[in-house]
Design a protein around this ligand. Structure first.
Ligand SMILES: [Zn+2]
Length: 248
């Protein structure tokens, strides 16, 4: 009789296999006839378990690498959309009053993405693949809970190195600050020269790394030290480095 090993776990099959004689403690002569003894089967299972233990971390590393690449692609498209918006309106959304189609004075990060509905192809772009934020179908209805990325509301159009968006697991900033550029008060997170040395990424996403988009339309994967370099090189405010962001 042919014995199938498919679908039913081997452990559950063992008693039946032993009864049927397919697996068992065999005499030396029997062992010569049979392909597998119980001991050999157990050794095989142990070897497979060890190999799986070795391969799984590599597999999960490869998966995270793919997620990070998708996130960079998202941020690249977001930053290009912001640039296109600024070409059409002369300023970024957070510098344009709502009456003119911008998000100035609005305190939710999601609003800056909402007003770019004509520039962002899909709200999927706003969710990092390493994040558990809920995806929705319409950019117009997007809320902070559907967004993985902060908005760099300090950014002005002539600052190619300033952060305009990035993963929301950024940490080390000072909360509840004012940002005169976006005209929002008591809600921005500030990275001035006092906070920048503490800037980094929480473990919530990308294994303590993160991605950022800059004013020149580029997107990058950055470690914590690279993030700090980027904040210091933002070209903001003649040495004050008052980078302000709105977290979703
Ligand atoms: Zn991400």
């Amino acid at each position: 009789m042919q014995t199938s090993f498919k679908s039913i776990p081997v452990r559950q099959q063992l008693p039946r296999l032993i009864r049927s004689g397919a697996v068992g403690v065999l005499s030396r002569r029997q062992a010569g006839d049979r392909a597998f003894t119980l001991l050999e089967l157990l050794i095989s299972i142990a070897i497979i378990a060890v190999l799986a233990g070795l391969l799984l971390p590599a597999l999960s590393y490869a998966k995270e690498k793919a997620r990070r690449a998708q996130c960079i692609s998202n941020l690249k498209q977001v930053s290009l959309a912001m640039q296109e918006f600024s070409f059409d309106h002369e300023v970024y959304p957070w510098r344009l009053p709502p009456v003119d189609g911008g998000s100035q004075t609005m305190t939710q990060a999601a609003k800056s993405f909402q007003v770019m509905s004509n520039y962002l192809t899909t709200p999927e772009l706003l969710v990092c693949p390493s994040d558990l934020r809920q995806r929705i179908d319409s950019i117009v209805l997007v809320k902070n809970t559907n967004v993985s990325y902060f908005v760099g509301i300090e950014a002005q159009e002539d600052q190619p190195n300033i952060l305009i968006a990035g993963d929301r697991n950024i940490e080390g900033g000072r909360p509840k600050r004012n940002c005169p550029v976006a005209e929002v008060y008591n809600v921005a997170t500030e990275f001035s020269k006092v906070e920048i040395p503490n800037a980094g990424w929480s473990k919530a996403m990308h294994r303590r790394r993160g991605n950022i988009a800059l004013g020149d339309g580029s997107a990058h994967q950055v470690s914590a030290p690279e993030l700090r370099d980027s904040l210091f090189g933002s070209g903001d405010d003649e040495g004050a480095f008052n980078n302000h962001i709105l977290l979703p």
